[in-house]
Write a protein that binds this ligand. Structure first.
Ligand SMILES: [Zn+2]
Length: 189
C-alpha cells in the first residue's frame, strides 16, 4: 500500500517517517470554565486523516494517531492516585468509536480506561453546524456510575467545547471531579 501522507510505498497506512516527522504531537491548551483542555494536533493538520473516519482504513488511522499522541502522554503522566479515563459517547453503534480508541491508549498505572460511561441520547450530528445549532441540540448523556472519583474526560475534537461542558456538568452533579480534558485535535469554528 501507499502512505496516506507522502504517497511512498509503505507497509503501514502512514509510513514510519511521516509518523515521526509529520505527526509529532504538540500541546495546545484551552479552557472550559476553569478546566484545562489539552489537545495534541490542530484539526487542520490531521484533517485529511480524520476524514478516513467512515472508510475502511479509518480504524487503522485512528489507532496510529492515538498510539502516537495518547500513548506518549500516558507514559509521561504522573499522579498520586488512580484516575478514571472516560470517553465522550464511546459506543460502537456504527462500527467503531473514535473516543474508545483514544481511551484505550490512555492507560498506565494511574490512568484506568473506562468504557460506555457517557452515552449520548441525541443522534444529531454536530459536524459543520453553527454554535447556535450546537447549543440548541444538547447531547443528553446517560451516565453509568463508576467507583473512581477523579476523571479525565476524552473527546476526539474540541470545537466549541459545548459537548465537554455538558458532560462535565453531569459528572459534577454525580459528585465526580474532572481533573482536565484531553482531545486529539483542536478545531477552529
Ligand atoms: Zn509517509
Amino acid at each position: 500500500m501507499h502512505c496516506l501522507m507522502c504517497g511512498s510505498f509503505s507497509l503501514l497506512h502512514i509510513c514510519k517517517t511521516c509518523q515521526i516527522e509529520e505527526l509529532e504531537p504538540s500541546l495546545y491548551i484551552t479552557y472550559i470554565d476553569d478546566v484545562k483542555v489539552l489537545s495534541f494536533y490542530t484539526y487542520d493538520k490531521i484533517k485529511i486523516l480524520l476524514h478516513t473516519k467512515h472508510t475502511d482504513i479509518g480504524y487503522y488511522i485512528l489507532n496510529i494517531l492515538a498510539s502516537i499522541a495518547m500513548k506518549k502522554f500516558a507514559m509521561n503522566f504522573e499522579y498520586t492516585s488512580k484516575i478514571a479515563v472516560v470517553g465522550i459517547d464511546d459506543h460502537n453503534g456504527h462500527g467503531y468509536s473514535h473516543t474508545a480508541i483514544l481511551v484505550k491508549f490512555l492507560k498506565s498505572k494511574v490512568l484506568i480506561p473506562h468504557f460506555n460511561i457517557l452515552r449520548s441520547q441525541s443522534t444529531y450530528s454536530y459536524s459543520s453546524k453553527t454554535v447556535k445549532q450546537r447549543e440548541s441540540n444538547p447531547r443528553n448523556f446517560i451516565y453509568h456510575d463508576i467507583k473512581l472519583n477523579e476523571i479525565i474526560l476524552i473527546d476526539d475534537i474540541i470545537t466549541t467545547g459545548k459537548t465537554l461542558q455538558e458532560a462535565m456538568l453531569l459528572l459534577k452533579q454525580n459528585n465526580k471531579k474532572v481533573l482536565f480534558c484531553v482531545t486529539l485535535a483542536k478545531a477552529k469554528l
